[in-house]
Design a protein around this ligand. Sequence first.
Ligand code: SF4
Length: 499
Amino acid sequence: MSSTYLGMPAVPVYGSGNLHTAEPFPVAARRELDNEQLRANLGHATHTIRDKRLRVVAELPDWEELREAGSATKAAVMARLPELLEQFEENFTARGGVIHWARDAAEANEIVRDLIRDAGADEVVKVKSMATQEIGLNEYLEEHGISAFETDLAELIVQLDHDKPSHILVPAIHKNRSQIRDIFLREMPDVDPNLTDTPARLAEAARLHLRRKFLSAKVAISGANFALADTGTLAVVESEGNGRMCLTLPETLITVMGVEKLLPSWTDLEVFMQLLPRSSTGERMNPYTSLWTGVTEGDGPQNVHLVLLDNGRSAALADERGRSALHCIRCSACMNVCPVYERTGGHAYGSTYPGPIGAILSPLLTGITSEENASLPYASSLCGACYDACPVKINIPEILVHLRSEDVQSRRGTKKVPGQMDVAMKAASWMMGSGRRMALVEKALPLGKLAAGPDRKIKKLPGIAAGWTRSRDLPAPPAQSFRDWWAKEHEDTASKEQA
Ligand code: SF4
């Protein structure tokens, strides 16, 4: 399928906003690895969610069929995205909603700011939303004199601590109970000074703090998990009820949603409502699912807006081998099983989207030539655990390898002189292209013993090979190669048989 068929622009428009930071993954990861508290919190939290997920997934005999259905539905949506978007717009508008199209983060932020000003507000309450984090909405609104209050408990903790989320589903996964109590005591003006770190007391403190905001806010901002084209309906899936308060109490509701969140119909929602809660929180059903279709007179928000965000999604869609990254339903199951994420945490990825999905989605949205994100596809051992866990069967390892190849190709194009890696790969290709040449090189391998210490380990290699010995030792080559062993072994067997 060509990019022209999909209605994509000939020159891709890449995304901007909180999709990368100033430092590449290896630099940030090294720093995060030094944080023992972070590693302990992450290890405990990811293992707990992972085990819960395994238990509830095992209850469904048709789990694999559900995954297949989810994957096929998403692929079908991507194949006819322009048509479905138009159908959704028609239905949403017919029910009194207003659609705004935003090409990138800057456009989306401006649209939201103007809508808040039109509503005469200088404060908003927010439902947890990856799309608004991606465009840096809170920071933008603050620069323009508008205060945005996060109402999801974990988002609230992160916001009060002037920190960044570390996990897409559990943004405060890197903080433990006593750290949270300290944040509340420091940042909540009316909090009980005798607050303890028991979960019930912490939740009560947050509830009292937020209740005042819910009752006074004129405008709420949300994301959306799904949008149903056949009715023009939006859906938010959440656990705390804060979303329901934001979606029903204020006069004006502004939703920011990536264009890829569409589903063709209500019946498709049935599949995803089984896949999402089990994969994300390890629950059979999530506590709150809110669905709304335009405006209902006298009931709920009377001004309903939807900002449809591209921000690099068209560019990702135009990449035939990478586009399935847009199937993601943000469940975070891939993060909870990833050995790299478990050790570095989310901040090392430098993007709103961390973990295995972030390692492919961020470079697809910004372009692999974006210097900071070019290192992300290497932030994986390619063990494949993310693919096994993904409820919509995104083949993350395959896309990682594809993006690594794109990265190598793009850097090769800018170099006049071949680099060490190019020369090494050419030499390896020449050597491995002939059994005779390979045998000759193997004969020289035992010389590698000269570089090993008394413990028979090589601790330092030169040039690009130093990357290997920087974090692990290399065993000294054996005195006999496999090829020699095989020849000798079979020679002995042959002579025994002859005898
Ligand atoms: S890539 Fe798959 S497992 Fe990871 S967050 Fe997205 S849907 Fe969930």
